[in-house]
Design a protein around this ligand. Sequence first.
Ligand SMILES: [Zn+2]
Length: 429
Amino acid sequence: MIPAALSVRRIGLLATLAGPAPRTGAGMRDLGLVRDAAVAVDRGRIAWVGPDAAFEGAVSPRPGAETIDASSAAVLPGFVDPHTHLAFAGDRDDEIRRRLAGASYREIAAEGGGIVRSVEATRAASVEELTGLVTSRLDEMLLCGTTTAEVKSGYGLETASEIRSLEAIRQAAARHPVTVVPTFLGAHEVPREHRHDRSGYVRLLVEEMIPTVVERGLAAFADVFCEEGVFTVEESRRILLAARGRGLKLRLHADELASTGGAELAGELGARSADHLVFVSRAGMEALARSSCVATLLTSATFYLRLGRFAPARALVEAGAPVALATDVNPGGGLSPSLPFAMAIACFSMGLALEEVIAAVTVNAAFSLDLQGEVGSVEVGKRADLVLLRSPRLLDLVRVGVRAIRTVVKDGRVVVRDGRLVAPSTARP
Ligand SMILES: [Zn+2]
């Protein structure tokens, strides 16, 4: 008999996403569905998965174990958000209002707005303040079913401030249920003091910032905003090679505002993920498919930025690239912490199937973070991260405004019950 500290019984529809990672092509529609299922959890891990009718013959609940009755509703793996910028202070609400009045991302940046404004506020914030901000944003994400999140630095843009942001991410992660994967994004923008000395900033990244981040063990990944007017493909290659040489894994902001060859670069360097891809070229799609580099689409950020078009999601799936979705939470355009909202846009504005977007926020997002052995599916041995819906209808997830998620289990503990955080963070500044 398998011991269990927590069991979920009477699951109407269990989407296990069991099987190979990442999913591509028609494989993205295979959710590994089990009807009338049960899941047993022990020591924070999935211990048993099977038909509810077989539960009692296989599982022995420990004394005091909790049993959750799913009441015939659907259960999925906890969601994985592979692209967020939670470590920022201040807001840019005035810019968002200007965008509503028709200003473009580039116009706002040319007038001194954009990332550099968040840099001013973030440099002025203490580690404690930033930790509190990251923590409260993780709370918002957890309520939407996110149990694993990548979190980037990138609003410091000088060694001490970048280190402070990564320290804040580490401290928030240490006391928050969400599993956090930290990414160093010192190459998010060229800071104002280096605008006339771009190569000096690239040198600072390569010779000082990356070595310091690695020495302190503060990041798993390095990322670069490869974009017209930000970092060129050549600069991005140099920064990413330096990071890779020191053992960091790679991801890349690629082809968001123009087709610059970012996706091709991600494929060339063996990056785990190429993100945005609104303007990805045909050659870029093929490079991603060839290298199993995940095409991570930031659908709700594209919506809030009013870019006027979305990434070619269908063409990416058909080219054989593994597709993931992320929220891109950030102060400029990433206004929603909700992966279900990102899924709604991916379905209804970009033509992905409901099954495909579920694979995109679970197994494929986990692969993009190199966590496919830990999270992203409901399989024995993986972390016990579960999202329980209120109904058996998976479509409820993308009905914006419906409180589709009833319960969230993280590492075998109930962290959201009846749509509320069980232990809300008290660390707000
Ligand atoms: Zn981003």
